[in-house]
Design a protein around this ligand. Structure first.
Ligand code: DC
Length: 215
């Protein structure tokens, strides 16, 4: 029996990972996991309990206590959760607590997972590894539009500054810093629409599935 098809999609916030991952999962009939939700839901639990990510023990306990229903909450994409999730994600004990869930998710019938360390830490043997990126301005603008569509009136400059700060924190942390795996294929979506990004990714997946090298 061949190994389950694991597609690892990593990259910074608002690079287009989620949209791409969802479409690939639907096209390939694979389960999809947005792993950022695990960190967001841990952060939400922490904030609800009046605790701070500056207390690693509290954050680790919340990661262990995470329930599947926590991932369905509708208040996981607010600016306070953005900040707390970045803090929580820098704690090695939190990452360790969330590791088994992610591996089990892909184990049986394969999966598409998006995050920051899927190709480097969670599934280093994934069949396909994509690193999706775009300029900070393009990503901040997308996030600003998304907030606007949800009725959140944010300032574009503040969104850009927050995003640059989160990029720096994700890349500089010692626990699983954001970086492309050595064998990841880079996909820059600065000038690509969602359809073009999907078509390119599908070509890469088809090539890698048959063991071919991507030019
Ligand atoms: O992708 P996102 O913005 O929903 O992620 C929320 C936070 O969690 C962000 O600070 C990056 C972090 N994260 C991580 O460290 N590792 C992952 N696999 C996914 C997200």
């Amino acid at each position: 029996m061949s190994a389950p098809l694991i597609i690892a999609i990593d990259g910074p916030a608002a690079a287009g990972k989620g949209t791409l991952a969802r479409r690939l999962a639907a096209a390939l009939d694979l389960p999809y996991l947005d792993t950022g939700l695990l960190y967001r839901a841990t952060a939400r639990r922490l904030l609800d309990a009046g605790q701070s990510f500056t207390h690693p023990e509290a954050a680790i306990a919340q990661a262990h206590a995470l329930q599947p229903a926590d991932l369905d909450r509708t208040d996981l994409r607010t600016p306070d959760v953005d900040r707390a999730a970045a803090g929580v994600a820098s704690i090695p004990g939190v990452r360790a607590a969330l590791l088994a869930f992610q591996r089990n998710f892909g184990h049986t019938r394969g999966a598409v997972l998006d995050g920051r360390d899927i190709g480097t830490v969670i599934f280093p043997d994934a069949t396909v590894k994509l690193f999706v990126n775009a300029s900070v301005e393009a990503r901040a603008y997308r996030r600003w539009l998304e907030l606007k569509s949800r009725g959140i009136d944010a300032n574009l400059q503040t969104v850009t500054d927050d995003m640059a700060a989160r990029d720096a924190a994700d890349a500089a942390r010692t626990a699983a810093p954001l970086r492309p795996a050595d064998d990841a294929i880079l996909l820059d979506t600065t000038k690509l629409g969602p359809d073009e990004a999907f078509e390119k990714a599908m070509q890469i997946v088809e090539t890698r599935k048959t063991g071919g090298a991507v030019p």
